[in-house]
Design a protein around this ligand. Sequence first.
Ligand code: CO
Ligand code: CO
Length: 316
Amino acid sequence: MSFLNNTDNPEVLVGLETGDDAGVWDLGGGRALVSTVDFITPVVNDARTWGRIAAANSLSDVYAMGGKPLFGLNLVAWNNDELPTELLSEVLQGGLDVAEQAGMAIIGGHSISDPEPKYGMAVTGEVNTDHLLTNAGLQDGQDLILTKPLGIGVITTAIKAGKVDKDSLQAAVNSMEQLNDVASQVAVAAGVTGATDVTGFGLLGHLGKMVKASGVNAELHVDQIPFLPAARQYAEDGIVPGGTRRNLAWIEDQVDAGSFGEIELLLLADAQTSGGLVFGVDKDKSADVCAELEELGVVAALIGETGAGDGKISLR
Ligand code: CO
Ligand code: CO
């Protein structure tokens, strides 16, 4: 998709060109604002849980840029004819749970009437311009680390089809509710410059943007990539969201799949809600970074590496 833009302004440090997670506006003196907006349709049946997931998903783009969220504005689309306002209060309470956990204020919002409910936030954060994480910041010869398992799109599709088992649902909810704050802080402290969060375009789609913007290639070690329990089984049963299939069709020319088949490719392209971060870290630091993340309760999978190139991904 291409957008009209007017980002010649010198204060715009990150605009639309690199497909980054959030816009970044220079305030001078090493400080910058990070601004992003995200909202989603329900992914689980429990209203407060959905509120928490939507809020965590909205905050994620600030963390993906190395920033700290300052405040948010609620965005609500609500079916006033069919859904009680008590249920909306539950959704908003979920958002507040997450805002408190993140140390962020909610200072306003806007709602409209809509047959299909939607919830999310516009979030403003702050970032130190020396520690900005961007899509274009990967370097040749780094290890790639992923901080949440894949398979959210497949599992949430199973939820909608009424086919999910209890354990898979709980694992997916726990993963979606987890903030990317710790992962972001550990990445920044390790001197990382290239990072993004894995969301709607899936790992292949988001990594594909990064390797192009950074001018490197990536090699993924497929057997090292973590998946949610049952994600593979559901994918083999054909429970795959339309977005995941579109992702794969869109990225396929950029990917050398080696000996891997359609199920692996679909799982690697799976559209995530509130997914983890993927970032490149210098090889002499990657073991320490993984150990620190694990100690802090974050999944830390060393999933591959970067090399010289012009934006290709190969699977090994
Ligand atoms: Co993002
Ligand atoms: Co986003």
